[in-house]
Design a binder for this molecule. Structure first.
Ligand code: SF4
Length: 434
């Protein structure tokens, strides 16, 4: 029975690449090293609500069809659309993302990723201030102070702390957790906060205030700090600033508690400046706790293909980017798209009501291995192979390190990459005949 070592878990942005998988009769029967989330993806894939066949909605019902029929129906929707939204593409490979960008260019669509409703503001902050970062390997081997700010890895990235951060043992951090300090900044005492040496509970939406106060102290202006900042006392802010300055290597991991709270991208912008300030005293870096396993990869591929990381509008014949105007949600709330392609993401479950209501009014093409709320409003449903299990491909970890995901078992499903390629070819054929 084949035992495959060093498989990559394609679930969260930690992209653990030390998974051992046992395959019997083309089924995964044993998984070693994965956390409960990763394990359920590897072995539970047969139990989830898998889309078994391509489908087209006829008379209000989704009816099974062949891949060829579904791709032709999808291509017709795209060719007849004047303003298509292409959204998602973060739980799939970089190769698929490259194809999806080509398809968006071919159809003059807007293409956007799930980052727009999670870590998108960090991308804007990185454009303005840069993103002083490091690999997770460097952090494992060197960081003696780990800060989790507005994130809860115990639940969202369960192996992060043991593989790369708080609990891991590295070359200069051989004592593991005993040799590292761990601070959590959040608005409520999460399970991650319960493991920290210090938990700093701040008022909701006040991250910018605290970061700015820390910067003032680190730059020698503690006299301007009021008695209370972000719901914590001046004494506590001073102590936190000292701890950051006195560490040998600081890493601030930040989550959606920072990127989606009040001040949005300005939080990331201020955080980046805080890291620069700290680097006058010690070594400091920051990394976003990315959720979908290849959301970082979308940003990488989109940036090298178009110059922009998300929310890219090809309507003018060249890439145009203006988040707030060209983001998926912005477009849907304005009621602009007359067709949508949703792939490897679930807009139906995650977008606000007004956006979902507009999606329900227009033709929607879904590409995904699993049925989800988007399936309920889709007109063409195209099932795909699960990347990292049934298909190989490249993904980028949260620290922008690329990893190659293996194919572990055979499947009857087409890969996302093949579907996008076939769809683009069909669109070109229909356009030639038009
Ligand atoms: Fe998979 Fe994330 Fe768990 Fe690692 S931490 S095994 S990548 S779900």
């Amino acid at each position: 029975m084949p035992v495959i070592k060093d498989a990559v878990c394609s679930l969260c942005g930690s992209l653990c690449d030390d998974i051992t998988v046992t395959v019997e009769d083309n089924k995964i029967t044993k998984v070693e090293n994965a956390c409960i989330l990763g394990h359920s993806k590897f072995v539970g894939m047969f139990e989830h609500d898998r889309i078994e066949t391509p489908m087209i909605r006829k008379g209000g019902e989704l009816v099974p069809v062949s891949y060829e029929e579904a791709i032709e129906a999808a291509a017709k929707i795209l060719v007849n659309s004047r303003r298509t939204l292409s959204y998602g593409w973060c739980s799939t490979s970089c190769e698929t993302v490259g194809g999806a960008i080509q398809l968006a260019e071919e159809t003059g669509s807007v293409i956007d990723s799930t980052a727009n409703v999670c870590h998108g503001p960090s991308a804007l902050a990185a454009q303005e201030k840069g993103s002083p970062s490091a690999s997770l390997g460097e952090i494992k081997n060197r960081a003696d102070l780990i800060v989790f700010w507005g994130c809860n890895p115990v639940h969202a990235h369960p192996r992060h702390m043991s593989r790369y951060s708080s609990f891991s043992k590295g070359f200069f951090t051989e004592k593991g957790r005993k040799g590292r300090k761990m601070i959590v900044v959040d608005v409520r005492k999460t399970d991650t906060a319960k493991l920290a040496d210090k938990y700093v509970e701040i008022d909701q939406g006040s991250d910018f205030l605290l970061v700015t106060a820390l910067r003032s102290i680190i730059n020698g202006h503690e006299d301007v700090i009021p008695e209370t900042v972000a719901g914590i006392s001046k004494a506590e802010v001073l102590e936190l600033a000292e701890t950051l300055k006195n560490a040998k290597f600081v890493c601030i991991f930040f989550g959606m508690g920072v990127t989606q709270s009040r001040s949005k991208y300005k939080n990331g912008d201020a955080m980046s400046s805080l890291i620069s300030d700290l680097n006058q005293h010690t070594k400091a870096v920051m990394i976003g706790m990315r959720g979908h396993y290849n959301v970082t990869g979308f940003g990488q591929v989109a940036t090298w293909e178009t110059g922009f990381p998300m929310a890219i509008d090809f309507a003018r014949g060249y890439p145009y980017y203006n988040p707030g105007e060209t983001g998926a949600n912005d477009l849907l709330v304005r009621g602009e798209p007359d067709a949508a392609i949703i792939a490897a993401a679930d807009a139906g479950a995650h977008f606000p009501q007004k956006a979902v209501r507009h999606l329900a009014r227009i033709p929607v093409i879904q590409i995904d291995p699993y049925a989800n709320p988007t399936t309920e409003i889709a007109d063409v449903v195209i099932p795909s192979a699960i990347v990292g299990i049934e298909a190989e491909g490249t993904a980028y970890r949260m620290d922008a390190i690329s990893l190659r995901m293996k194919k572990l078992i055979d499947t009857k499903f087409k890969t996302d990459e093949e579907i996008v390629k076939d769809l683009t070819a069909k669109v070109r054929e229909l356009k030639r005949g038009a």
